[in-house]
Design a protein around this ligand. Structure first.
Ligand code: ZN
Ligand code: ZN
Length: 405
């Protein structure tokens, strides 16, 4: 179970303690007391992980090989069946005027109607590149994903996002000298212009404008990446795995790793998420024949990015009850950790190691009594890397093979 961004640093306003040291988390502490504790660098000491690269590393993949950008994972996460070699992008629905100036990068934070708009973009053709398949799907809010499929494409292209309003979309450029990158940039530049022509008079936009709202009339791609080949997690470790997560990014990693992916109802990826629904989903699936679960709960990361200490403390206390419920299930190895720290003082991820505890039938219980960054560092597991974790778990499960005779 990965509590996204749970780790933190000592805070002045907490008298030099971390949020985990201060929050009232009896179930996490019980886990620490009955388990073996340590700290973990999800990639390497001092390297600041993204949630995506951290999860890849924890699942035993080398993120320096597998990670080609956020686009492919987001696209897989919203349910596009991406194939190795596809080029995937994250996109915004934005607003543009007739002069081609972006007037609102998030199209008035549009909530409804993007499915209908996306259907018009999906399957569009680009003049001169009729052999290239354009796959487009809406995500939450103003977000969407774009996938280009065909011969001679590359993920080495720049973003179209102008980052500020009042400017046209940026010209997309090849980031290397190859004809593939040039071709991909040419396709995208045509595509961006064409999306405006397709969307500007769509009834949804006509209605938005008549209500004084910004239209969602242009698609702005960024975060290009070539969809990597990811070895199936089930085959790699001889397991039957399921990924229960809230965000498209983590669900996309699960999907590309060949896991069954489940997004619990009411999951928002924020501190307002429905933790009862998440608990129910986990417990229901524990009755099925999966033998490996990756669970990601995102709220602590959001609170960290917002620099909101109160919210982080409250969320840690709330999420503690989820752990209490799962711990009642007998005969499972249970790992509680984070993918990275999102310190309140940094308001972003940091390279600090995160606390980790492993609980289960045959672990060597240590003397640690509480679950937090400082106690965990004195535990029996010592300091490990994310890439060690699957090996340690598989060994405990008697599910790995001997190296040598
Ligand atoms: Zn994260
Ligand atoms: Zn984050």
């Amino acid at each position: 179970m990965i509590m996204d961004g749970m780790g933190d640093r000592p805070l002045k306003e907490l008298g030099g303690k971390t949020p985990l040291e201060v929050a009232n988390t009896p179930n996490m502490d019980k886990m620490a007391k009955e388990g073996i504790n340590g700290i973990m660098d999800s990639i390497k000491p001092g390297i600041i992980p993204g949630s995506d690269t951290a999860h890849l590393s924890i699942l035993g993949y080398n993120p320096y090989e597998v990670y080609t950008g956020r686009g492919p994972f987001e696209a897989a996460g919203v349910g596009v069946d991406v194939l190795p070699g596809d080029i995937a992008f994250r996109c915004n629905f934005s607003s543009a005027n007739d002069e081609g100036i972006v007037t609102d990068r998030r199209a008035g934070r549009i909530k409804k109607g993007t499915k209908e708009l996306a259907e018009k973009i999906n399957g569009m053709t680009i003049e001169g590149f009729e052999d290239i398949e354009v796959i487009f799907k809406e995500s939450t809010g103003h977000r969407a994903v774009l996938v280009l499929r065909g011969e001679g494409l590359s993920g080495k292209v720049s973003d179209a996002d102008p980052k500020i309003e009042g400017k046209p979309p940026k010209q997309i450029k090849a980031l290397d000298e190859t004809p593939e990158s040039q071709k991909t940039a040419d396709i995208l530049n045509k595509l961006v212009l064409k999306t405006y022509n397709i969307l500007k008079n769509h009834p949804i936009n006509v209605e938005r404008e008549s209500n004084g709202k910004s239209p969602a009339n242009i698609i702005i791609p960024r975060g290009a990446g070539e969809v990597p080949y990811v070895e199936s997690l089930n085959e790699k470790y001889n397991i039957k795995s399921v990924c229960i997560a809230e965000t498209g990014l983590i669900l996309g990693i699960g999907k590309l790793a060949g896991m069954t992916v489940i997004e619990p109802e009411g999951a928002t990826g924020g501190v307002d998420t429905d933790l009862d629904s998440i608990t129910k989903t986990i417990l229901e699936n524990l009755k099925k024949d999966y033998n490996f679960f990756l669970i990601n709960i995102d709220g602590a990361d959001e609170a960290g990015h917002d620099g909101n200490l109160q919210e982080k403390l409250e969320f840690l206390e709330k999420v503690d009850s989820v752990i209490g419920e799962i711990m009642k299930v007998p005969n499972i190895y249970y790992i509680l950790t984070a993918d990275h720290s999102t310190p309140i003082s940094v308001m972003n991820h940091s390279g600090d190691p995160v606390p980790i505890v492993i609980n289960g039938p045959e672990v060597k219980v240590d003397d640690i009594e509480e679950f937090n960054e400082r106690s965990a560092a004195k535990g029996g597991l010592c300091r490990i890397r994310g890439s060690d974790l699957m090996n340690i778990l598989m060994d405990l499960m008697n599910n790995s093979e001997k190296f040598g005779a």
